[in-house]
Ligand binder design. Structure first.
Ligand code: 5AD
Ligand code: SF4
Length: 475
């Protein structure tokens, strides 16, 4: 049965729009009086889901009459969208918030808001409350849509606000989005996670899974393609369970097939998949599609069955390899990337060797590897921890092996014609342009300004573990 209880009622969205209009009127009056708009700066930590949320926060700020700026010193409103996935991410966010104290001293009218995964945790909300008294308001991931109301209340009442978490995490449709790029876009298709992997904070800070309906997603992607977007990434913590939470009569593979029918010169990506749920139907849809990039990001986390069990992942290495082999059978040129956690509690040398063996067997094109970081409130934080020196040493060994594998995997691409999406002048090497292949590998070449945001044909004459280097060729 279809359950629409996951969707925020229309009236609630309209209520926020009324707050947007009030803020807009106030900010327009400021413009009339001072000849300049009030300015907002949104800073994002963490994953793509957070970047997508920040595009909503910027969209809401813009709709409320703020001009979006790139530097906190220029802003009248600062929003820090935080991450909680590892300790390091939290420390970085807290340190930045600490640095904003002097801005507030210079501009007493400045409003500072902190939101996102970190402050959805009660103990971090309290840290902000007691240690950062100049922060004006704090809200968690369940209240993003309430941002206009919170801002209005703060301005009206002047008091510091700590928005309590909503009873339910709901999908809000129809709020404005200000996209960072004009050719790559994020589209959230579902929010939250039900999996409770034993190391992970996400289910505690992003609530239970809830999916958007297919119709607004299709409408959003159609509009993006019509506006010339070339690369569209569908986002969800576990896209393979898309629709199940709401009893929709369609699943993620059905959603992808529907989106693939949209005409145009663009590619679709998705993340993240879970090996316990990734099924053949999805791989078949990908293999037969016109627009879905042949790139699969499939976090393995560990190559030891004992550790996978302790991580509460609900698959073993045999199942993982089954998916990889099926993918390669259907799409021999598929790019496979993964996430690995090193030094999970209880990881022995033998367990770690198992991970290295899986790296050799699968030959991932690229890995995102992380040293395990204990997260307060998760089961793994209570387990016996691996000493830091051992974690570090294993991490270095993992990187060294993956470096060799990635370099070897990139060699056969040298000399092949590849279609790449150009990102403009490279940040690291201003003499070259950079781009991404269908498999999301980085390429460098000599380009021209018009290449930015366009697909170009490229041939590599050299490759290392991190990138391909070569020339643009005429189409
Ligand atoms: N410590 C280290 N890495 C983690 N990840 C999630 N939680 C933790 C943690 N506590 C990693 C996983 C996940 C990726 C997004 O972050 O590999 O797939
Ligand atoms: Fe975290 Fe596991 Fe959910 Fe991914 S699937 S967000 S690792 S709990």
């Amino acid at each position: 049965m279809i359950n629409k209880n996951n969707i925020l009622p229309r009236e609630e969205v309209e209520a926020q729009k009324a707050y947007i209009a009030r803020m807009r009127a106030e900010n327009d009056a400021y413009l009339a009086e001072h000849g300049v708009r009030r300015k907002a700066f949104v800073l994002t930590f963490g994953c793509q889901q957070n970047e997508a949320d920040s595009e909503k926060l910027s969209g809401l700020s813009e709709a409320m009459g703020y001009e979006i700026v790139g530097a906190p010193e220029d802003a009248d409103l600062i929003v820090v969208n935080t991450c909680a996935i590892r300790e390091h991410a939290e420390q970085k966010a807290l340190s930045i918030v600490g640095q904003y104290k002097h801005l507030k001293a210079k501009n007493p009218d400045l409003i500072i808001a902190v939101c996102g995964c970190m402050v959805t945790q009660e103990h971090r909300k309290n840290d902000i409350k007691f240690r950062y008294p100049y922060v004006d308001f704090v809200f968690g991931t369940s209240s993003i849509h309430r941002f206009p109301q919170l801002l209005w209340d703060k301005r009206e009442k002047g008091k510091r606000l700590y928005c309590p978490e909503e009873k339910e995490y709901l999908v809000a449709e129809g709020l404005p989005i200000r996209r960072e790029s004009d050719y790559r876009a994020w589209v959230s298709v579902m929010y939250g996670c039900n999996n409770f992997c034993s190391y992970c904070i996400v289910p505690y800070v992003r609530g239970r899974e809830r999916s958007r309906e297919m119709a607004p997603i299709v409408a959003e992607v159609k509009e993006l393609v019509a506006r010339g977007y070339k690369d569209i990434t569908l986002l969800g913590q576990n896209v393979n369970s898309y629709g199940k939470d709401s009893g929709y009569p369609y699943d993620f593979a059905d959603l992808l097939s529907e989106l693939d029918k949209i005409e145009g010169d663009y590619q679709l990506r998705f993340m993240t998949s879970h090996p316990k749920d990734a099924d053949r139907k999805l791989i078949d849809v990908m293999a037969d599609s016109k627009h879905i990039a042949r790139h699969f990001h499939l976090p393995m986390q560990s190559g030891s069955d004992t550790i996978l069990k302790a991580m509460n992942r609900h698959y073993d290495t045999e199942r993982y390899l089954g998916i990889v082999d099926y993918m390669r059978k259907k799409m021999p040129d598929v790019t496979i990337t993964s996430d690995i956690i090193v030094g999970f509690p209880g990881e022995t040398e033998e367990d770690f060797e198992g991970t290295l063996a899986m790296l050799r067997r699968v030959e991932f094109d690229m890995l995102y590897s992380f040293i395990y970081s204990a997260r307060k409130g998760t089961p793994a934080a209570e387990m016996e921890q691996v000493p830091r020196e051992i974690q570090n040493a294993r991490f270095d060994r993992l990187l060294a092996l993956q470096g060799e594998i990635a370099k070897a995997k990139n060699q056969p691409l040298v000399g092949q014609k590849l279609r790449v999406l150009c990102d403009g002048v490279s940040k690291n090497n201003p003499n070259l342009y950079s781009g991404r292949t269908e498999g999301n590998k980085i390429v460098f070449f000599e380009g021209v300004p018009e290449d930015r945001g366009q697909f170009v044909d490229f041939v590599a004459d050299r490759a290392d573990a991190f990138a391909l280097y070569g020339k643009k060729i005429a189409k």
